[in-house]
Design a protein around this ligand. Structure first.
Ligand SMILES: NC(=O)c1ccc[n+]([C@@H]2O[C@H](COP(=O)([O-])OP(=O)(O)OC[C@H]3O[C@@H](n4cnc5c(N)ncnc54)[C@H](OP(=O)(O)O)[C@@H]3O)[C@@H](O)[C@H]2O)c1
Length: 267
């Protein structure tokens, strides 16, 4: 199936590494010009150069902190100038698992609000800033990256599930606001996803638990129907489909791309 992404343009927030980088790569491989944004300019520039060389598409870096409305508005303005138009927004920028974690007594208001500001209000900020571009051209796609903690609490993260569950409602709201203008908005929940962070993280867990890295990975995968850990590149396929004109029938929906994590049935 031709995803008809050739010539489309996209912003991927948090595109300097991890899931965002994999999504930026897949969109560029599918023929999109891409702007990636993140706070650390050096990492962002390195990734933009790497993805441009690898894909042959224009991949540009624009530094921005999505907790800042002026930053987001500047980033979107510069992206529109760089790309010529904005067809696709992937809202992804956030610290995985959030910073508000640990025993209840240790959870600070500041950390909780920071997590919500980054992932919930940050996604809203970016959607609000790109919306006039998409509605005026009568076409757009917004894909929000949530997380399976919306459905399963680890018991240790105070904000992770709160913000991902909040994004389910925000996604529906955005789909209703923007749908009449040709903009579809959906949410993808990653489960434990393999990125460049995974190797060192599993090594540390293996050391702490006195087991091998293979055993750590097998325990993570055991929770999935597929008994394997989803790679960020595989999650990016799902996002590329939702970013494409072919996803016209889907809006306001939540799609888990976790390899079938957990036992709960959603209908
Ligand atoms: N990896 C997983 O297993 C997993 C599971 C479930 C959900 N998720 C979700 O998937 C998304 C990506 O996770 P990841 O594992 O790829 O994380 P990651 O490797 O830590 O990458 C996060 C990206 O977001 C950027 N970022 C963070 N805060 C930002 C801010 N305020 N403004 C702009 N950019 C910001 C980071 O760059 P700078 O630090 O330079 O800004 C980086 O580019 C997150 O929403 C996370 O909650 C991940």
């Amino acid at each position: 199936m031709d995803l008809e992404l050739q010539g489309k343009t996209s912003i991927v927030t948090g595109g300097s590494r991890g899931i965002g980088k994999a999504i930026a790569r897949e969109l560029a491989l599918s023929g999109c010009d891409v702007v990636i944004c993140a706070r650390n300019a050096e990492d962002l520039d390195l990734t933009a150069r790497e993805l441009s060389q690898e894909t042959g598409q224009r991949v540009s870096a624009i530094t921005a902190d999505t907790t800042s409305t002026p930053d987001v508005e500047r980033m979107v303005k510069e992206a529109a100038q760089t790309l010529g138009r904005i067809d696709i927004l992937v809202n992804n920028a956030a610290a995985p698992g959030g910073i508000a974690r640990g025993p209840l007594a240790s959870i600070s208001d500041e950390d909780m609000l920071e997590d919500l500001n980054t992932k919930v209000v940050g996604y809203l900020r970016c959607a609000r800033a790109v919306a006039p571009h998409m509605t005026s051209q009568g076409w757009g796609r917004i894909i929000n990256i949530g997380g399976m903690s919306a459905r399963n609490s680890s018991g240790a993260n105070a904000s992770a599930g709160v913000r991902n569950a909040g994004l389910v409602n925000l996604t529906k709201y955005l789909s209703q606001q923007l749908g009449p203008s040709g903009v579809n908005v959906n949410l993808v929940h990653p489960g434990a996803t393999r990125t460049e962070r995974s190797g060192p993280m599993y090594q540390e867990q293996a050391r702490q638990q006195g087991i091998t890295v293979e055993e750590v990975e097998a325990r993570v995968a055991a929770n999935n129907a597929t008994k394997r850990i989803v790679d960020a590149s595989e999650l990016a396929y799902v996002v590329a489909f939702l970013a494409s004109p072919r996803s016209i029938a889907i809006s306001g929906e939540v799609i888990a791309a976790s390899g079938g994590a957990g036992n709960a049935v959603f209908h």
